[in-house]
Design a protein around this ligand. Structure first.
Ligand code: MLT
Length: 404
């Protein structure tokens, strides 16, 4: 008789955004006349940039001709894309990352879920609290997290680093020594970030204690302040302790197109064993590459027109972020984030729990957001709104919230 992976049985409830989608679907079914505004999941709303569309069309035509048709992509991704990434995302920022240290993937969600499998089963993971749920859930699935305590909403073998208003949402070094540290900066869900000097402290700490940092830089394009690092490799020593994950979802609107990459520097080693070699082995065995058409689309984001068009798109969303932030502040809310990230993190009013505020907003304003407690216990009493809506809907949502 077959047996299941019992670790899946330990997972409480469904994936956060699936739970929210179900709740919203039930509400809209019962109230079909309501005009819902969705500022919950961080999904983009603006169309792909013209430079990206042109590159995709061209690639589609190439696939229609036997002379230019492409089958399986190279294991690490096409050279043209890896070189563009190395040049634009690293070399131009003074970071030493070679094209063959870049692994093209279908996005940062899958990379951040999969990366744990190259580490030992008894590795201790440290996560910020609140945190993007994928980091913890993927470790639960692989049996690395002990048991779940429903009262504290925490796992026994996970080190939590609370990020709250009190510490300015900056994680502190944990008392117990972790093996793997997940950092998402600028942060999802709080929309806050750390300075380059604070990030350097984390790199120094990881090198000192022999930990690896899994650095999720999905929101890098939204950085507006000068003293914030665009890559962890801007920090000295990061090549020996950090894996960086990047996504084209938020900077280029590829949430439905799917493209990302992982950087595993060749200097990152456990004894004599190179993690780069391990990830290459894993990638080669379990992944068959992002589609050629999509990789050409990714390349186009680095062309002069592509860069200009994406800059305008990011500015569009950040105009929403700033409108939400100031609009909520004017209505008396305590608000964080929204300066270096497309997320606004607010304190719920009148001591409402995160889910109470979710229901209140859903029913009274027909606005969907994300309850902070869904990201971890320290998110209780907070709520996340995304700036990825259209400007018109964002304005409408604000007007409704201000009238409550
Ligand atoms: C979010 O809303 O937190 C993100 O859209 C999730 C993701 O990027 O997978």
């Amino acid at each position: 008789m077959f047996k299941i992976n019992e670790n899946y049985q330990k997972l409480p409830g469904s994936y956060l955004f699936s739970t929210i989608a179900k709740k919203v679907a039930a509400y809209t079914q019962a109230n079909p006349d309501k005009d819902m505004i969705r500022l919950g999941i961080g999904d983009v709303t603006q169309p792909l940039a013209p430079a990206v569309i042109a590159a995709m069309h061209k690639a589609v035509d190439e696939m229609a001709d036997a002379a230019t048709f492409r089958g399986y992509a190279p294991d690490l991704g096409y050279e043209f894309l890896r070189s563009a990434i190395a040049e634009n995302d690293y070399k131009s920022r003074g970071c030493e990352i070679a094209p063959d240290e870049i692994f093209v993937s279908d996005g940062a969600k899958s990379d951040s879920a999969n990366i744990q499998e190259i580490f030992a089963q008894d590795s201790r993971i440290a996560v910020c609290d609140p945190v993007y749920p994928v980091y913890v859930d993927s470790n639960v699935m692989s049996g690395r997290t002990g048991s779940y305590d429903a009262n504290t909403e925490t796992w026994s073998d996970v080190i939590y680093m609370p990020c709250t208003m009190e510490n300015g949402f900056v994680p502190e070094f944990p008392k117990e020594t972790p093996d793997i540290i997940y950092l998402c900066l600028p942060n999802n869900p709080t929309g806050t970030t750390v300075t380059k000097a604070q990030l350097q402290d984390w790199v120094d700490y990881a090198n000192r204690v022999g930990a690896v940092i899994i650095y999720d830089g999905a929101y890098e394009a939204y950085i507006s302040e000068a003293d914030v690092a665009h890559s962890i490799y801007e920090c000295e020593g990061a090549r020996t302790c950090a894996i960086e994950l990047k996504s084209f979802s938020k900077n280029a609107g590829f949430t439905g197109v799917r493209l990302g990459y992982a950087v595993v520097p060749k200097d990152l080693k456990c004894g004599d064993v190179s993690l780069h070699g391990m990830w290459a082995r894993r990638h080669g065995t379990k992944f068959n590459g992002a589609p050629y058409i999509v990789q050409r689309a990714g390349e186009a984001t680095y062309s002069p027109e592509g860069k200009a068009q994406l800059k305008a798109q990011v500015a569009y969303y950040m105009k929403n972020a700033s409108a939400i932030k100031s609009g909520l502040q004017a209505a008396g809310y305590t608000v964080f984030g929204g300066v270096n990230a497309p997320y606004i993190w607010l304190k719920t009013p009148d001591k409402m729990t995160s889910w109470e505020f979710f229901d209140y907003l859903l029913e009274q304003a027909n606005v969907v957001g994300t309850p902070g407690s869904g990201f971890g216990p320290s998110g209780e009493g907070y709520f996340r709104l995304t700036a990825f809506g259209s400007y018109e809907n964002t304005q409408k949502a604000l007007e409704r919230i201000q009238k409550l």
